[in-house]
Structures are given as structure tokens and as C-alpha cells.
Design a protein around this ligand. Structure first.
Ligand SMILES: C[S@@+](CC[C@H](N)C(=O)[O-])C[C@H]1O[C@@H](n2cnc3c(N)ncnc32)[C@H](O)[C@@H]1O
Length: 393
């Protein structure tokens, strides 16, 4: 997609092509292209419209029905913040009194749009011309063109004195190849620029990869990990006066938020395995808040380095899945196979932490048959390879 193709899609003829593409997208690609051409759409416009229609379909999971009126690049959609997460962040910024915000490296504008919806005046800066034009088009489609403006340029040159807060979500994929970047020093804008922002604008928020090394969290910043329906989606650093606690896990189930906070360096007590096993949400684990969760559940670890918790009672919690444990065995394929055969277990879900076993290979090796189902947990207990058998509590 280039700027001319985007401009063509934004004409009346382009809108008609997009509407026709939306009707045929998702099925056979050749048939869809033929349908558009037979409706009189020129080949170049048809191809651009079909690509957009396909990306819009994929974007529904992140943006809901609004995706139908938005413009996307493949890389931009992959990196875009999902709406439920962006809206929460924007609401927190607004509640902290933020009125003007720079979105440095705004991409397709998911975060900028959310902040503008929350009543914040947003100045977006985006280096890639097509992405910048799409972000502006997305603001217009949302009726927020005045609240969220986008300039194409280098975020490092933006005069941050113009705003009272800064948000930066640096690119963590290589332009062109789309390959993931794991070294923060290779992010764009670069990590030293990103972390230096907080010295210039105290109210700075940085979105980072959820795999962020805790050693990189700037002193005094709050680090938040966010999961949506059990999937870890991102982490964010809240700097200066925006930092409320050292560590936070935000667990979104549907649209309902659950927030666990703590120091991030507390240690959970260790004991034997018990009747119920809790598998903490990945946001809780990554935020190093397993000890805080253990406190809520009156639970203990069975191995100091493995984040499964054990308790005598089943407590409903949004922060973990709970299994009722029926058996605890030292790991032995032969013994496990015999036990599952006796119980006529034909279906298993396999969870693992601290085990090198490959779940799919184990599933094959177990040669299961029967009508019953069970959960298998491959782990270590006091250092020893162990399998627990259980049922969802
Ligand atoms: C991770 S994406 C932002 C996604 C955005 N927060 C969203 O949710 O839609 C990062 C963006 O920063 C842009 N970028 C990278 N380096 C930049 C720079 N120095 N100046 C401006 N934009 C930059 C990239 O082109 C990319 O679109």
C-alpha cells in the first residue's frame, strides 16, 4: 500500500470498492478479485480494497466493529494496542489530570484514538508516511480529527514542552522484514531516547514487550503487565507521578479488569503439594506478584522456582485457574500411562512449568483411550520431576 492507493481508497469510488470487498472478503481470494473486477473495479483499486477488507476482518478482535471503518497495514495491525487495553490506559491518564499528550511513534493510532476518546488532546508523530496517513484517516473515521492530529516525522525531534504527558510505544519489529526485535537497544525510537523521555516529561508512559527484563525498569517507575482473557499482551512503564505502585498485574476477563499490585520482590512461602493447584495468570507471573497472590489464596509453592500455587481450599479468583488435584506422582511415563488407562482417560489437557517434556509428544506416548478427561500438570516438586493429575475446580 502506498499513499496514492490510500488516497484512491478514500474517494467515493474507493469507498464503493471497499464495501464490495467487505462483502466477498474471507472466502476464496481469486473469486473475490474476480467479483470486484466484474463489478467494474479496476485491478489496482480492487487489490488494495481486498487487502484492506482482509485486514479489517482480522482487526475486529482488537477493535470490534470500529475496525470496519479503519485503515491498516499488516505490520501496523500486528503492533497496534487492542482497544480495551488502550481505553484503560487512556482513562488512567485522564484521571491523572493529563490534558495534552504526545503519542511518539503513534502507528495506526490505536493509543492516540483511545486518549482522544477519553478527552485528551493528542499530538501523534509517526515516521512512516503511509502509517501516518492511515492514523489520520482513522482519527477522521472516528470523528476525532480535531482531537488527534498526526504529523509524519521523527519522534525524537518532537518538542515535548508542548504537552503535559508523553506516550511512546516503540517499534519492536524490524521495518521491512517484520521480524521481532528482542534487544531494547534496537527498538525504534531507541531505548535511551525512550527512557530519557521521563527526565524531560515526568508524566511519561512507555509500552514495552511483556518479556521485558525487570533489570531495565527505570528506578521509581511502575511496571504493569496486562493480560486479556489469559493471554499476556503487553507491559507498560508508568513514570514520575504516574507511578502508583512498584508492580501491577492487570487481568482483563472480557471487559472486566482485575488489578493485583505489590512490590515485585516478595517471596511466597514453600510447602508440600496440597489439594488444590492454582496456575496463575501470566500477567501475575511476569509482574512477580505470585507471592501477593499466594497471600490472597492462603497458598504455598511446592518448589521455590516454579509459579504453581497450592492450597487446601478452592477460592474463586480471576488471577489463576484452579485444579482439584487427585494424584501426585514422581514422573514416570509407564506409571502415568497405566493409571490413565485404568481410569479410562481419553482426553487430557497438559499444563507445564519447570518441565522439559514436550506436551504433544507426551500425549502421543500416553496412547490414551476412554471417555474420561483429566488435566495433567508437568512440573517439579522440591526439585523432583513430578506429574499431578486433576480436574478443573
Ligand atoms: C509499535 S508501533 C505503535 C503502535 C501504536 N501504539 C498503536 O497501538 O497503534 C511503533 C511505531 O513507531 C514508528 N516509529 C519508529 N521509530 C520512529 C521515530 N523515530 N519517529 C516516529 N515514529 C517512529 C513505527 O513506524 C511504528 O509505526
Amino acid at each position: 500500500m502506498d499513499l496514492d492507493q490510500l488516497a484512491a481508497l478514500r474517494t467515493a469510488e474507493g469507498s464503493a470498492a471497499l464495501a464490495a470487498a467487505a462483502r466477498v472478503a474471507g472466502g476464496d481470494a481469486l473469486a473475490a478479485a474476480a467479483a470486484l473486477r466484474s463489478a467494474g473495479v479496476l485491478a489496482g483499486l480492487a487489490a488494495a480494497a481486498l487487502t484492506q477488507a482482509e485486514l479489517r476482518r482480522r482487526a475486529v478482535g482488537k477493535f470490534g466493529p470500529a475496525a470496519a471503518g479503519m485503515f491498516f497495514t499488516r505490520a501496523g495491525l500486528e503492533q497496534a494496542t487492542r482497544r480495551v487495553v488502550a481505553d484503560r490506559r487512556a482513562a488512567r491518564l485522564r484521571a491523572a489530570g493529563v490534558r495534552t499528550l504526545a503519542d511518539l511513534g503513534c502507528g495506526l493510532g490505536a493509543d492516540g484514538l483511545a486518549a482522544a476518546r477519553a478527552g485528551i488532546r493528542v499530538y501523534g508523530v509517526e515516521a512512516d508516511p503511509v502509517t501516518a496517513a492511515m492514523a489520520a484517516a482513522n482519527a477522521e473515521a472516528a470523528g476525532l480529527a480535531e482531537e488527534f492530529t498526526v504529523e509524519c516525522g521523527d519522534a525524537t525531534a518532537f518538542d515535548v514542552r508542548r504537552v503535559d504527558a508523553v506516550f511512546c510505544d516503540p517499534a519492536r519489529r524490524r521495518a521491512g522484514t517484520g521480524r521481532r526485535i528482542f534487544d531494547p537497544n534496537a527498538y525504534s525510537p531507541p531505548w535511551d531516547f525512550v527512557t530519557g523521555l521521563a527526565e524531560r516529561v515526568p508524566r511519561t508512559v512507555v509500552k514495552v514487550a511483556p518479556g521485558l527484563d525487570h533489570a531495565l525498569i527505570p528506578a521509581g517507575a511502575e511496571a504493569e503487565w496486562v493480560s486479556v482473557d489469559g493471554d499476556l499482551v503487553e507491559a507498560a512503564l508508568w513514570c514520575g507521578p504516574l507511578a502508583e505502585v512498584p508492580r501491577r498485574a492487570t487481568v482483563l476477563r472480557g471487559d472486566v479488569p482485575h488489578v493485583l499490585t505489590g512490590s515485585g520482590d516478595a517471596e511466597a512461602p514453600v510447602g508440600p503439594t496440597r489439594r488444590f493447584l492454582y496456575d496463575p495468570d501470566p500477567a501475575v507471573v511476569r509482574a512477580h506478584l505470585v507471592a501477593e497472590l499466594a497471600g490472597e489464596l492462603d497458598a504455598t509453592l511446592a518448589d521455590p522456582s516454579i509459579a504453581y500455587l497450592y492450597a487446601d481450599t478452592a477460592t474463586a479468583t480471576p488471577y489463576a485457574r484452579c485444579l482439584a488435584v487427585t494424584d501426585v506422582l514422581p514422573f514416570s511415563l509407564k506409571r502415568l500411562r497405566a493409571l490413565l488407562r485404568d481410569r479410562r482417560v481419553g482426553r487430557v489437557e497438559i499444563l507445564k512449568r519447570g518441565s522439559a517434556l514436550e506436551p504433544e509428544r507426551l500425549r502421543r506416548d500416553l496412547r490414551l483411550s476412554g471417555d474420561a478427561a483429566a488435566s495433567l500438570v508437568l512440573t517439579r516438586v522440591a526439585g523432583a520431576p513430578t506429574v499431578l493429575i486433576g480436574q478443573p475446580a
